[in-house]
Design a protein around this ligand. Structure first.
Ligand code: NOJ
Length: 554
């Protein structure tokens, strides 16, 4: 396969912006769409051609935009549709297409659809959400725990019924069984595609199909509840809905759709992506479950080894080798910072960031960077629960307490895994508030911002940011780094992650020492090849210093 055989979105680099924390052009403490537009040149310098913007539609912001009130309006805190049109247009000029986030499993409780649905049992939208009667004793229909903690059911006085919410109570789940719901959702996607969106990231898509029978699940915590996703994720029949979605929106357009698919593993990718699948790419989370654990309960982190992480990444690569395409990522707005998350040893964060960045950008697939990842800092350091904004962090804290952890231990669990770690303001320069806002930032800026920021890193040839630019340019210049195959090397090593990218006329080998000790490898793996890039500038073969990453090729 050659680069010329691939679609535009397979050859580019994608970047995720969390608008609330990217750049504030109004001094209000939260980011704006105009802030994104003003940084398109910065994004282009990283080789970005697809920009995933997390939801910026009108929203009460209980879950920072993942609770949508109106999918056809921009939330006034971000700007308006004129700003959005401007972003689309300026992006096009610079070769950057916008990727809209479609939150289709649920809406906000303030969405007019829900307001109508909750008003009675016989209104025109009565079936648009998941309504159930109470059990005879008045309790919730099942024992399911929502992903953000507490019962997944909320009582509605008007209807005298419960409604299901996989996430927060303010995020009621839509009923995809209702054809009008599906049509309303596909219309929204087509509206944004007609505007020129280059693609869609589809939120929480594995939860849209509910089981035919609602039953209690096995209790898995001291709260007496059972994780909702154990009962509702990836339920048989879901692909029928998604084939309909694809036909209504994707077919015939030069766009891509990437689904967020918790609950789908590499072995199932064949049905989900590619020619016969429903999406072009799928974010599956097997590698992020390695440190966090499958249950995603922050107070029950996993014991893990580097080989576990490598095995998960390689399984996803193998599953998309001949069918579909892989979205490579380490960070997003729901994950802690990768410099902390994927290392079990100490050591300098910038060195860790460069090594992990090399693993990411040399992989087969479309790399998805998350804002700030290219600067290489760590998690925030929160000292009290009040500092967390994230709704999930509060739920995880309460769950940890109910499991018997002390307040200190519960806080430590949140510090380790909280989504707010990824949501602190983007660090543009060393001025007040990292140049993010002239007002009061909605979340505190990271304590390291005076040293770790875009301006300082642009001026430093050895910075993480300049290393990312080097890798992006290297990737763009070599056929095998985009179109070549992936073969894992040194699979048993607990220090080095290595793989080979074989193209039709060229080859590259990436080796990254993800440990804080010197590692050795068989130099014949790179025999006859020259150094294309190296974090330590050394051409030596057979040895890697702590956190050293190299790319050889011929
Ligand atoms: C996944 C999103 O990435 C996350 O931020 C959000 O809270 C949930 N889905 C609910 O929409």
């Amino acid at each position: 396969m050659k680069k010329t055989d691939l679609a535009w979105w397979q050859k580019t680099i994608a970047y995720e912006v969390y608008p609330k924390s990217f750049l504030d052009t109004r001094g209000q403490g939260t980011g704006t769409i105009a802030g994104i537009t003003s940084k398109l040149d910065y994004l282009a310098s990283l080789g970005v051609g697809a920009l995933w913007i997390t939801p910026c539609y009108k929203s009460p912001m209980v879950d920072n935009g993942y609770d949508v009130e109106d999918y056809y309006q921009i939330d006034p805190s971000f700007g308006n549709m004129v700003d959005m049109d401007e972003l689309f247009a300026r992006g096009r000029e610079k070769g950057i297409r916008m990727v809209m986030d479609l939150v289709f499993n649920h809406t906000s409780e303030m969405c007019p659809w829900f307001v109508e649905s909750r008003s009675s049992r016989d209104n025109p939208k009565a079936d648009w959400y998941i309504w159930r009667d109470a059990r005879p004793d008045g309790s919730a229909p099942t024992n399911w725990r929502s992903i953000f903690g507490g019962s997944a059911w909320e009582w509605c006085e008007e209807r005298h019924q419960y409604y299901l919410h996989t996430f927060a109570p303010q995020q009621p789940d839509l009923n995809w069984e209702c054809p009008e719901v599906r049509k309303a959702l596909f219309d929204i996607a087509n509206y944004w595609a007609d505007k020129g969106a280059g693609g869609f990231r589809i939120d929480a898509i594995t939860y849209i199909k509910k089981p035919a029978v609602f039953e209690d699940g096995p209790v898995d915590g001291e709260d007496g509840l059972s994780a909702v996703h154990a009962a509702t994720a990836n339920t048989p029949g879901i692909l029928d809905f998604l084939h309909e979605f694809k036909a209504a929106v994707r077919d015939g357009r030069d766009i891509f759709m990437v689904g967020e698919a918790n609950g789908v593993g590499p072995d199932e990718l064949g049905e989900w992506v590619g020619e016969h699948g429903v999406f072009d790419l799928l974010f599956e989370f097997s590698h992020s479950h390695v440190p966090m654990g499958e249950a995603e309960l922050w107070c029950r982190p996993a014991q893990w080894k580097l080989t576990d992480l490598k095995r998960a990444l390689t399984a996803s690569q193998v599953a998309t080798a001949t069918n579909g395409w892989y979205p490579a990522f380490f960070e997003n707005h729901d994950q802690p910072r990768s410099t902390v998350n994927y290392f079990r040893c100490g050591g300098p964060l910038d060195a860790k960031a460069k090594a992990l960045g090399t693993v990411l950008l040399m992989q087969r697939g479309t790399p998805f960077l998350y804002q700030g990842e290219e600067l290489g800092y760590g998690n925030a350091q929160w000292t009290s629960l009040d500092q967390f904004d994230d709704v999930q962090s509060h739920g995880q804290y309460d769950f940890a307490i109910s499991e018997g952890l002390s307040a200190k231990e519960a806080l430590a669990a949140c510090n380790r895994f909280s989504r707010d770690n990824a949501r602190t303001p983007m660090q543009w320069d060393a001025s007040d508030n990292a140049g993010f806002t002239t007002g009061t930032p909605w979340l505190p800026v990271h304590p390291d911002y005076a040293q770790v920021n875009v301006a300082a890193e642009e001026a430093d040839p050895d910075s993480v940011l300049n290393w990312y630019r080097t890798l992006a340019a290297l990737r763009a210049s070599r056929d095998e780094l985009v179109a070549g195959s992936y073969e894992e090397l040194l699979a048993d090593s607990e220090q080095v992650y290595a793989y080979r990218r074989q193209g039709e006329d060229s080859v590259a080998v990436m080796l990254a020492n993800l440990s804080d000790e010197t590692a050795t490898y068989d130099a014949s793996l790179v025999e006859g090849m020259g150094l294309l890039a190296g974090t330590h500038g050394s051409t030596e073969t057979g040895t890697l210093r702590p956190f050293e990453a190299v790319v050889f090729g011929s």
